[in-house]
Ligand binder design. Structure first.
Ligand code: SF4
Length: 315
């Protein structure tokens, strides 16, 4: 059996950056205040557990309850600026770990608003990234579109429409939304779209299509709350993969379903740690009862070069 681990499987660049900066802050001997993150740092229970157990970094959903004796880290998905302002006004030390590529979306939405646009944000209304973006545009000047039906609720009041989207969304759906907006409002107001899907998402989706073609079955590893992991499963199925299984970790994997398969593809969401992926591979090696060849593309030179360039750009 051969297992191919996708090039972009596991922590994306933005998650690695937030995690590293969080641990650096926790290890800073000149500051002994404990740290909590505002909401879980990422959507992965194993990572959150490890932060608590090994580094004593917990999380809270209630910014107002945090006192000045504690540092607060803003999660990778960002937070509304008003939340940070409120904490800083009370003297709470805030560590901003928002992914710079999420920050690009926040800035883009704000720019659309300042130029007089009504802002349409395509994404899941309850996702923390989308909630953070809405904080950059006054209420009444933005609409979140989760489904095509939501387009009926968009009321630009004669203003042009500026569209941005969640960093992990599927471009095919976003383009459908833009098209539907043009059909409803085109000729009356301008509809301008800025593609804010992050490059990791785009490349991971491409890779999923490729693995769906060249493998006999696909295992997707990721947290139950992770929307980008769910989208990987959906993409794999849409691209013709006939056997796709989504699991949170090795304990959920039933290796017997893959006996007789010559080639397995292994994908993982942006918030899945590499050690969780490695445990899945180890379980297959131990139970499959034949020689297993592992092709691990996460170590590719191309991925490392790109991540190093982003580190330099956003340092
Ligand atoms: S998926 Fe993209 S935008 Fe989201 S945290 Fe990762 S690098 Fe940043």
């Amino acid at each position: 059996m051969k297992i191919t681990i996708g090039k972009h499987a596991g922590y994306c660049w933005g998650v690695k950056r937030s995690y590293k900066k969080l641990l650096e802050a926790a290890a800073d001997e000149s500051n002994d205040k404990p740290i909590v993150t505002l909401g879980p740092l990422i959507h992965n229970p194993q990572t959150i557990e490890r932060l608590e157990e090994d580094h004593q970094i917990g999380y809270t959903d209630d910014a107002e309850s945090v006192g000045t004796d504690t540092r607060v880290a803003v999660r990778t998905h960002g937070v509304k600026p008003q939340v940070v302002q409120e904490m800083e006004a009370r003297g709470v030390e805030v560590l901003d770990l928002t992914c710079p590529l999420v920050r690009v979306i926040q800035v883009r939405a704000e720019k659309f608003y300042k130029r007089g646009y009504h802002v349409v944000i395509v994404g899941s209304a309850k996702h923390p990234e989308i909630i953070s973006i809405t904080g950059y545009v006054p209420d009444g000047e933005w609409s979140v579109v989760e489904s095509l039906a939501d387009i009926e609720k968009v009321e630009p009041n004669g203003k042009p429409i500026g569209v941005v989207c969640q960093s992990t969304h599927m471009i095919e759906f976003v383009e459908q939304v833009v098209e539907a907006l043009k059909q409803r409002f085109g000729g009356v107001v301008e509809v301008e779209f800025k593609n804010t899907i992050c490059f990791v998402t785009t490349e991971r989706q491409e890779e999923t299509k490729w693995l769906a073609e060249v493998t006999d079955a696909i295992i997707v590893v990721g947290g139950k709350e992770s929307s980008n992991t769910e989208k990987l499963k959906k993409t794999a199925l849409e691209c013709g993969a006939t056997h796709v299984v989504k699991i949170e970790d090795a304990s959920e994997l039933d290796v017997s379903e893959f006996r007789g398969k010559a080639h397995l593809g292994l994908l993982a969401g942006a918030s899945t740690p590499k050690w969780v992926i490695d445990e899945v591979v180890e379980k297959i090696r131990n139970e499959v009862g034949e020689a297993v060849e592992v092709e691990d593309l996460t170590e590719s030179k191309e991925r490392k070069t790109k991540e190093a360039a982003l580190d330099r750009e956003f340092e």
